[in-house]
Write a protein that binds this ligand. Structure first.
Ligand SMILES: NC(=O)c1ccc[n+]([C@@H]2O[C@H](COP(=O)([O-])OP(=O)(O)OC[C@H]3O[C@@H](n4cnc5c(N)ncnc54)[C@H](OP(=O)(O)O)[C@@H]3O)[C@@H](O)[C@H]2O)c1
Length: 404
């Protein structure tokens, strides 16, 4: 389906993505780009909007809804160092988020220590990343003892499992930090009842810990949400936004713990991961059942999506992608999108209910509580890897000129 216009538009998007950083990461330019109806030159429009909306603006109009946002510019490095000068940030757990947030905090010059199980996988990885036992790498209890801001970045299941042990160490004056609302919101299941005399805050990066790190290293920043569960000092939100910038966020939008966890669990089960995988599989299978080759089926289902069309949506929105494609493609896509929406909406409603009811959390906790869950997970990954679609994908990727 790819058209000449599509490749031209992609080239222009790539050009735009390699534009100078300030223009590229300006929040207002993203807002502006999202509302751009046609293939206007991005740089020009971004500059115009930039002049209209000064960077100090903290309330952004998102499609008619005014929302508060916080930007990295609010917290220059000197201000961050001053703000946290008396704090020790104790990062508990060194998995995906621990790695990304921890290294960013360290590179930002903050006083950060890591607390993990001695000689476990994370301990070894932390040493590989330059954390030094006895200096800034400790066992969990010692790190919590030394820390003033306790960043609970254990896996969600481990947060629940370790809570009876950790809770008594969270004494008055400390702050508890999460990157997911899971544990406190579903406290009936997790038993994570926070002490009543400490601030409890959240910074939830909207991406994997690896992305938190790579964007930071590129001079960019992940988008995150911030929230406050409990504010005993009156400074909890301020602290949360400072933490958000310190761990590598470019900008943050404000939410609640509840909204964060509902939207996160819903999104990853839907368009971000589960839903999109289901769509890929369904489309691929029908193509194969109708005699199309694996390379054709994969190209028309995944490769063109990820390599050509989705980057256009990322750069400038859905209408921009439609506008970049042929009239034939556009006509059919618009017609069928309505059918997909009406058929899929009940499924999304069922999914949201399942999240809110706690059914999804129950399943996650039950699964992660099994002694063999790592092996069980690896078995499922192997089954996915072995599906024809993803084996075909491996061959298709090897043909990309940059992989030759
Ligand atoms: N990953 C993401 O993309 C992402 C994105 C946004 C937010 N979050 C949130 O960030 C938090 C951390 O997630 P993550 O994905 O970084 O976690 P993860 O990669 O699963 O990290 C697990 C960490 O927990 C430790 N751990 C597991 N069981 C333990 C136990 N019983 N006792 C002590 N330590 C234990 C592991 O240590 P060992 O190596 O010693 O087992 C490891 O350091 C979660 O709340 C998650 O929802 C994650």
């Amino acid at each position: 389906m790819a058209s000449k216009t599509a490749s031209r538009a992609l080239r222009s998007s790539l050009k735009q993505l390699s534009a100078p950083r300030v223009q590229q990461r300006t929040f207002v330019s993203a807002v502006n780009a999202a509302s751009r109806p046609t293939l206007l030159p991005a740089a020009k429009t971004a500059t115009a909007t930039f002049q209209q909306q000064s960077r100090g603006a903290k309330t952004i109009d998102f499609a008619g809804h005014k929302e508060k946002v916080f930007e990295r510019d609010d917290w220059p490095r000197d201000k961050l160092l001053e703000y946290f000068k008396n704090d020790t940030l104790a990062l508990i757990g060194y998995g995906s988020q621990g790695h990304g947030q921890g290294l960013n905090l360290r590179d930002n010059g903050l006083n950060v220590i890591v607390g993990v199980r001695k000689n476990g996988q994370s301990w070894k990885e932390a040493i590989q990343d330059g954390w030094q036992p006895g200096k800034n790498l400790f066992e969990v209890d010692e790190a919590i003892k030394q820390g003033t801001i306790i960043m609970n970045l254990l896996s969600d299941a481990a947060q629940s499992e370790t809570w009876p042990h950790i809770k008594p160490m969270l004494t008055k004056g400390k702050t508890l930090y999460f990157s997911h609302g899971f544990s406190p919101v579903f406290k009936d299941q997790t038993k994570v009842e926070v002490p009543s005399d400490i601030d409890v805050i959240l910074v939830a990066p909207k991406g994997s810990g690896r992305t938190v790190r790579t964007l930071f290293k590129e001079g960019r920043g992940i988008n995150s949400s911030v929230a406050v569960w409990q504010d005993v000092t009156g400074k909890a939100l301020e602290k949360a936004t400072a933490m958000g910038v310190a761990v590598g966020s470019g900008y943050m939008y404000e939410t609640t713990f509840e909204k964060e966890v509902y939207s996160d669990l819903y999104g990853e089960r839907g368009c971000l991961m589960g839903g999109i995988h289901g769509m890929f599989l369904a489309q691929y299978e029908v193509l194969r059942e109708n005699g199309h080759s694996p390379s054709e089926a994969f190209n028309e289902t995944v490769e063109e999506a990820t390599q050509s069309l989705y980057p256009l949506i990322a750069a400038n929105g859905m209408d921009y992608m439609y506008a970049a494609c042929s009239t034939t493609a556009r006509r059919g896509a618009i017609d069928w999108s309505a059918k997909f929406k009406s058929n899929l909406k009940p499924l999304f409603q069922e999914l949201y209910k399942s999240v809110k009811d706690g059914e999804e959390t129950r399943r996650t906790m039950e699964y992660a509580g099994r002694p063999d869950y790592r092996e069980a997970f690896e078995k499922e990954m192997e089954e996915i890897r072995e599906l024809e679609i993803w084996r075909a994908g491996k061959a298709v990727r090897s043909l990309r000129p940059e992989n030759a």
